[in-house]
Design a protein around this ligand. Structure first.
Ligand code: HEC
Length: 184
């Protein structure tokens, strides 16, 4: 009896046999890279960005909850050159026409699977400023989602020039007709 415990104690000291609990091995022969000291990516080392930080090359749209303010403050900085009109047409036909239809009447191909949008030929939209329309594209409006991530600001303004063009084409003012007469 005494002898066996002596032997056990000797083995324990040598670290070759388990004494008591076995949840940890006593001795690991050549662990190689099993227990790597490397930190896992993002393990407790990430610093949180200070409040209000924005990613590079991203300017947040400042009028999210204030369409009226956007309508007053934002002016169309893009000149309606031939190129801009062509660009506006392509962008409108890509992003807006599926719902709003080719001249904004609300007769896009997705309707009536998607609820018919209001006409862009309405007096309401015709009398809206460019900035107010820009707001809808940038922030969305009820069922209409925002296009801020898909359409660059310059292209949004180009689309608005194109909308103005088809509004005029449908309902030319006396001035538009005079201007058209002068061109011919
Ligand atoms: C997925 C369908 C869809 C697409 C795509 C879409 N719209 Fe709309 N749009 C709507 C709906 C629906 C409304 C009405 C939202 C509401 O109920 O206020 C709307 C509203 C609007 C209004 C406000 C009209 C009003 O009388 O209040 C404007 C302006 C407008 N859209 C412009 C655009 C432009 C410009 C594009 C392209 C960049 C576009 N929309 C793309 C569905 C769409």
């Amino acid at each position: 009896m005494r002898r066996t415990s002596l032997i056990t104690a000797a083995l324990c000291l040598a670290g070759l046999a388990g004494c008591g609990k076995h949840d940890k091995p006593n001795f690991i022969y050549m662990p190689d890279m099993v227990y790597s000291p490397a930190l896992k990516a993002q393990e407790g080392q990430m610093l949180m960005p200070p409040a209000g930080t924005v990613p590079r090359d991203f300017s947040p749209y400042p009028y999210k909850t204030n369409p009226e303010e956007a309508g007053r403050a934002l002016k169309n900085p893009v000149q309606p050159t031939e190129q801009v009109m062509a660009r506006g047409k392509v962008m409108f036909e890509t992003f807006c026409m599926p719902c709003h239809g080719p001249t904004g009447e609300g007769d896009g191909t997705i309707v009536p699977k998607f609820p018919r949008p209001p006409s862009l030929q309405s007096d309401k939209v015709k009398t809206w400023t460019d900035g107010r329309i820009y707001h809808v594209i940038s922030a969305g409006q009820n069922l209409m989602p925002t296009y801020a991530t898909q359409i660059d600001p310059v292209d949004r303004w180009a689309i608005i020039h194109y909308i103005r063009a088809f509004q005029k084409a449908k309902n030319p003012t006396a001035e538009d007709l005079k201007a058209a007469g002068k061109q011919e």
